[in-house]
Ligand binder design. Structure first.
Ligand code: ADP
Length: 529
């Protein structure tokens, strides 16, 4: 009896010990998991910082290549510059993708929910891809369950990015047959206040082998046999898509087989039905060419000289003159001495950064009313919030575009507006939409019109009717090059606007920009007479 008791005790002790070991192993596992997670976050943060550190000098490279292009006439040199520009742009696309991915992984991408109309979003997709699809003879089938509510609370920009990625891949990898986009729903609340939404993108394309299906959502994975030359791409689209879907409380899965086509399914859980209607985003297009600033002085504060030079170049041919400071301390000295009309303040600078310099400006009675606009290379929400909570009067993200810079400055610097043609006002022939036109350009107007009519207008008609993003971007590039070639700012701006609108899939403004094309030709014709 007593030996059984002893046996039992021993068994008990061993059990306890085993439990302790298990608990210890568990704690160690948890600790290892935490270490791994924090290492992963650190890696993502490093990548996010790196990417934006690369973006800043890249912008100087591209910006100056653009400025140089306008000065160079020799064919070979122009050709070299074009290569710099196109490689620079590919690099920027890659960097932007990496930045997106690392921002998500570092937990720094925030979703912004607003009422969204799925019907119009799908319509946009139909328009955007219709040229490519009709070239390939593909059929677009849309299959939306009839009672999907008109207005759902979603992050419109990110959902669009997801659908464009999936749809873009489907079009890219399908040579014949169809692409089907279906939307279904299941109500999860009796009061129908929220639902689970399923979105399918299905194609009859080359398909994906089953072993590749497992890794398709990993970064930088493309099918082994896939020729990058033929299909292009960075291999980051699906990795970003998956993470975005997961941030939206959703899941993504794929079914496919070689030659059988592919079917991607996204399920978004708990999507709220919105009581307010999705609003149409017809933004007013700011026309920086029509702004005439009064004589004023602006202080550019940035520790990097090329950054200052680039901003300075934007003010050429305006009434704005600039002074420069490479540090916060120097900025304070110059502000007290010259009382500029506004300050463009870089954030990250050694010794005294932009936050501290601005704080001191705003604490000084004599200079506190001078507007200070933050100029930051960081698109991160945290920085944005910090800037919002500081005493800055305005805020611009690098790479800053001329139109954004002028729009922001027009809030603080006295200016008048040149009337535009549509208003039917009497404007001098050399102003209006085209801005100032130099005598050299004026001589070449017949040549430009000839080019526009024979090369550009047919292209414009086709992109306008078919709305393919790639073609629109190409049209934008061509217009910009034409603008560079003949020093026509309005054409450069037209190209710049279109290219950046394509990048954020800003469909409505793309439409508005495209519609402004005939006005430009009309005005050139006016110059010829
Ligand atoms: P990429 O920029 O290369 O398109 P993605 O992450 O979007 O990067 O896609 C990764 C790879 O998955 C693609 O390169 C392709 O090999 C494969 N893939 C994605 N969608 C499809 C599809 N609809 N049909 C066939 N292959 C696809």
């Amino acid at each position: 009896m007593s030996s059984r008791v002893a046996e039992l005790r021993q068994a008990n002790t061993e059990l306890l010990r085993a439990k302790e070991t298990a608990e210890q192993a568990n704690t160690e596992l948890l600790r290892a998991k935490e270490t791994a997670e924090s290492a992963n976050r650190a890696k993502s943060e490093f990548l996010a910082n790196m990417s934006h550190e690369i973006r800043t000098p890249m912008n100087a490279v591209l910006g100056f290549a653009d400025l140089l292009y306008a000065l160079v006439t020799e064919r070979k040199q122009r050709h070299y510059l074009e290569s710099i520009r196109s490689s620079g742009k590919s690099l920027l696309t890659l960097i932007n993708d990496i930045l997106d991915l690392s921002k998500i992984e570092a937990g720094k991408m925030q979703l912004e929910y607003e009422p969204v109309n799925l019907y119009s979003m799908i319509n946009e997709i139909r328009h955007v891809f219709s040229l490519k699809m009709s070239e390939k003879g593909l059929e677009f089938i849309v299959d939306i369950a009839p009672d999907i509510p008109d207005s759902l609370l979603l992050d419109e920009v990110r959902l669009r990015q997801i659908l464009f990625n999936l749809f873009g891949n489907a079009v890219k990898f399908t040579e014949r047959g169809h692409i089907r986009l279906s939307v279904q729903k299941t109500y999860i609340e009796n009061d129908k206040s929220s639902l689970d939404l399923s979105l399918f993108v299905e194609d009859t394309g080359i398909g994906i082998p089953s072993e590749a299906l497992e890794t398709i959502f990993d970064a930088f994975k493309q099918q082994d046999c896939q020729s990058t030359k033929r299909y292009g791409g960075t291999g980051l689209g699906l990795a970003i898509t998956k993470r975005l879907v997961e941030m939206m409380d959703g899941a993504i899965s794929a079914e496919s087989g070689i030659g059988k086509g592919s079917r991607f399914e996204i399920v978004l859980h708990n999507v709220a039905v919105s009581a307010t209607q999705a609003k149409s985003k017809k933004g007013e297009i700011f026309d920086e060419e029509s702004i005439l600033f009064e004589e004023s002085v602006i202080l550019i504060v940035d520790d990097i000289e090329t950054n200052r030079d680039l901003v300075k170049a934007f003010f050429q041919d305006t009434n704005i003159s600039t002074i420069e400071a490479e540090s916060g301390e120097k900025a304070l000295l110059l502000i007290r001495q010259y009382q500029p009309d506004a300050v463009l303040m870089d954030i990250r600078m050694p010794v005294m950064d932009g936050y501290e310099a601005t704080k001191q400006i705003k604490e000084d009675e004599d200079i506190k009313d001078i507007p200070v606009i933050a100029l930051t290379a960081s698109g991160m929400k945290e920085d944005k919030e910090k800037i919002m909570h500081s005493k800055f009067d305005g805020f611009l993200i690098k790479p800053v575009k001329r139109s954004d810079l002028f729009r922001e400055l027009s809030r603080f610097i006295r200016h008048s507006k040149k009337e535009t043609l549509e208003k039917g006002s009497e404007i001098s022939e050399k102003e209006g939409l085209l801005g100032d036109v130099s005598p050299e350009t004026l001589e070449k107007v017949p040549e430009i019109i000839d080019k526009l009519e024979n090369e550009f207008t047919p292209l414009w008609e086709s992109v306008r009717n078919n709305n393919s993003m790639t073609d629109i971007q190409e049209f934008g590039d061509k217009m910009k090059s034409l603008g560079d070639e003949y020093a026509l700012k309005a054409f450069q701006k037209f190209g710049d606007d279109l290219i950046s609108q394509v990048r954020i899939f800003d469909i409505e403004n793309i439409g508005a920009t495209l519609e402004s094309y005939p006005g430009l030709i009309e005005e050139l014709r006016g110059l010829r007479v």
